[in-house]
Write a protein that binds this ligand. Structure first.
Ligand code: WTA
Length: 658
């Protein structure tokens, strides 16, 4: 890890937008006084605060004996309580005073092909989930078994997740853009015996051959017992005898009755792989009760979810945002989740705006990288549509530049919709820092204040709080319900990655730098470790380096981020070659493709430079800071006194960029 890191704050944003009184009046948390009351309650006793919300907003089969058992860094929330996530997302909307929701839309789904549109009511979804839960049981899936899911963004993906949670199986969803190699690693690490996939998915009019990629990933593995295949794109595919089964055939015979398992609050709900500061992806583990409380409460207060909202989060379900805020948090509130399978610019760059109008979407949650792309495609694309149904906007995934924030507010929100800039991570399970839209004044570029009950600080190298507007490490100082419970199968790495920077203090640090202004608002400044945030997706520099080095022509590689207009961060690779390899354009392209094949197209380097050597310190550490400056097109300005061989720098500066 690059330990030489200086955080310097450059943002000097002064614009403030107070909540609109008309919005505030109707908001779930209405006005500053209500907001301050929540904070006060949480500060007095954060465990009691979460327990109250857990009782009011989540349904339990039996209560907890203790709210929190905290033996740093291991937390147990709602100890001894029993619940079920699918029960909370489905059954409770069909019972008692909420029974009318049976015919309310749970999912409105639009496929990429125009004619593919489906509406699943809560009643429909409940039936499909029960049936698929019975399918899983009939295939021998038991409580605690890991189920790998690799599917396009179709309702069956949500059905598969909810079915797993219904019987206590642990899902591990792999984003549809990952390669066969990435699937193989994740199947192995999770020790899964069953994979759920589809023949293919649609992406800009062509088919992503998902099943074929699963076949490739499992070629040499005997561990996979069943592959359940949904027919989506309809092309001819290979079905392996004795292993591969069609979703629709299994569902035909399945019974629609399936009682939700009464699961311990700490029963594992899912594993989701993400990049860490070492090369190997880590399986972030989330459990049942605390996670459910966190995503339910934050959905209700931050998105101000109401009975008549149509809510659209554009994230893929394969990322944490999709888990928590396309599916679990939204359905557990009994709200309507709009889902769209395709790309934002297919068939045209105004696809999203057209969908918002047609479906009367009222809450829209997307990523800064998407907003930058919309800006580039032009205001006229937006102005073709009314967007009058919108009342609230959100962003997630990376720091949003004030320019993009203002554009979002003006063009999409028509200066009328509040914007919630929500800061969180795969590891946090749910949103951690965000304005509440009817209570907190917003500023372009700030995610404002921690959610009540959640404690953040900005600290220096020794773990002491820094003053206002000073940059530092962003840390969490007490446990929260949605926190990850570990890295699957690797408790040592869990300690090392999150709890070792400030040892023995129970302080969680996961890679971001920030400053806090005089009013207590947080300004996240991005990653301080070897993880890049490319188009809102986390990629580890080490992972891409090992993919490059696995190519026979490569000796050594260093990967750094560099500013990129749309993606926020682009990927720059510096590569030294084996003697005899030709440093030509064809090899550059081959290496870029090689990375796409090893990890996925999202990891393909934007620039690739060949060099005879990399700048290193005397102890042999690659000086990434210098590479970052070079990749950004700047002359290295920082300290170079520890550089071993100065000629390397001159040479690198001259090396041509692709
Ligand atoms: C970054 C996505 C600034 C941050 C939910 C974090 C943000 C990483 C914001 C987690 C935000 C996410 N402002 N930075 N509103 N939201 N990030 O695990 O660097 O895919 O550590 O979770 O994204 O990415 P992940």
């Amino acid at each position: 890890m690059d330990t030489h890191f200086e955080i310097e704050s450059i943002l000097k944003e002064k614009r403030v937008f107070k909540p609109d009184p008309a919005f505030a009046r109707k908001a779930n948390v209405s006005g500053a006084a209500a907001y301050n009351r929540l904070h006060k309650e949480a500060d007095q006793n954060y465990q009691r605060f979460w327990a109250r919300l857990a009782r009011e907003q989540v349904s339990w089969f039996s209560p907890w004996k203790k709210v929190l058992d905290w033996k740093p860094p291991f937390a147990k929330w709602f100890v001894g309580a029993k619940t079920n996530v699918s029960y909370n997302c489905l059954d409770r909307h069909l019972e008692g005073e909420n029974a009318w929701r049976r015919n309310k839309a749970a999912i409105i789904w639009q496929g990429e092909p125009e004619e593919d549109r489906r509406v699943l009511t809560y009643g429909d979804l409940h039936r499909e989930v029960c049936k698929f839960a019975n399918v899983l049981k009939s295939r021998g899936v038991k409580k605690g078994d890991r189920v790998v899911i690799y599917m396009p963004l179709v309702p069956e993906l949500a059905i598969a997740m909810l079915a797993c949670s219904r019987i206590g199986a642990v899902h591990s969803i792999i984003f549809g853009g990952f390669s066969a190699e990435a699937i193989r690693d994740r199947i192995d690490d999770a020790q899964a015996e069953i994979v759920i996939t589809a023949d293919g998915g649609w992406r800009r009019g062509s088919i992503v051959p998902l099943k074929q990629l699963v076949d490739k990933a499992t070629e040499k593995s005997r561990q996979i017992r069943d592959v359940i295949v949904l027919r989506r794109t309809g092309q001819e595919i290979l079905m392996k005898d004795g292993r591969d089964l069609w979703w629709h055939e299994l569902m035909q015979e399945a019974s629609p009755d399936c009682k939700p398992a009464k699961l311990d609050a700490e029963h594992p709900l899912f594993i989701l792989y993400t990049s860490g500061s070492t090369g190997k992806p880590k399986g972030v583990l989330h459990t049942t009760g605390g996670y459910l409380v966190h995503v339910t409460v934050t959905s209700k207060y931050i998105f101000d979810l109401k009975e008549d909202d149509t809510y659209w989060c554009t994230a893929d379900i394969g990322w944490i945002t999709g888990h928590s805020y396309v599916v679990y948090g939204i359905l557990s509130n009994g709200a309507t989740s709009f889902m769209y399978e395709g790309a934002p610019n297919w068939p045209g760059p105004d696809r999203f705006w057209e969908l918002i109008d047609r479906n009367q979407v009222s809450i829209f949650y997307t990523a800064p990288t998407a907003i930058r792309a919309f800006m580039k495609w032009g205001d006229h694309e937006v102005k073709k549509h009314s967007l009058a149904s919108l009342r609230l906007l959100g962003t997630v995934g990376e720091p949003i530049n004030p320019k993009a924030w203002m554009w979002y507010r003006r063009l999409i929100g028509k200066n009328r919709c509040p914007i919630v800039d929500t800061y969180w991570q795969t590891e946090t399970g749910g949103i951690m820092i965000s304005p509440l839209p009817g209570a907190v004044p917003t500023m372009p570029g700030s995610c404002t204040r921690p959610f009540p009950g959640i404690a953040y600080d900005v600290v220096n190298e020794t773990g002491e709080s820094v003053g206002p507007n000073e940059g530092g490490f962003l840390v969490v100082t007490r446990p929260w319900p949605g926190m990850l419970r570990g890295i699957y199968g690797d408790p040592a790495r869990f300690k090392e990655e999150y709890w070792s920077k400030f040892p023995d203090k129970g302080i969680y640090f996961a890679g971001d730098g920030a400053r806090r202004d005089r009013n207590g608002n947080f300004w996240v400044m991005g990653r301080v470790d070897d993880v890049m945030n490319v188009a809102g997706h986390r990629l580890s520099t080490m992972e891409i380096e090992s993919a490059l080095v696995s190519h026979p022509s490569v000796t050594e590689a260093a990967v750094v981020g560099r500013p990129h207009e749309i993606k926020g961060t682009g990927i720059a690779a510096f590569v030294t070659l084996e003697s005899g390899a030709d440093a030509d354009a064809a090899l550059k392209e081959a290496l870029r493709q090689h990375v796409a094949k090893e990890i996925g197209p999202i990891a393909r380097p934007d620039d690739l430079r060949f060099t005879d050597s990399l700048p290193k310190t005397r102890s042999g550490k690659i000086m990434r800071r210098l590479l970052r400056e070079l990749a950004a097109g700047k002359l290295p300005v920082g300290d170079t006194t520890t550089l071993e061989d100065f000629s390397v720098l001159a040479e690198l500066r001259e090396s041509e960029e692709s």
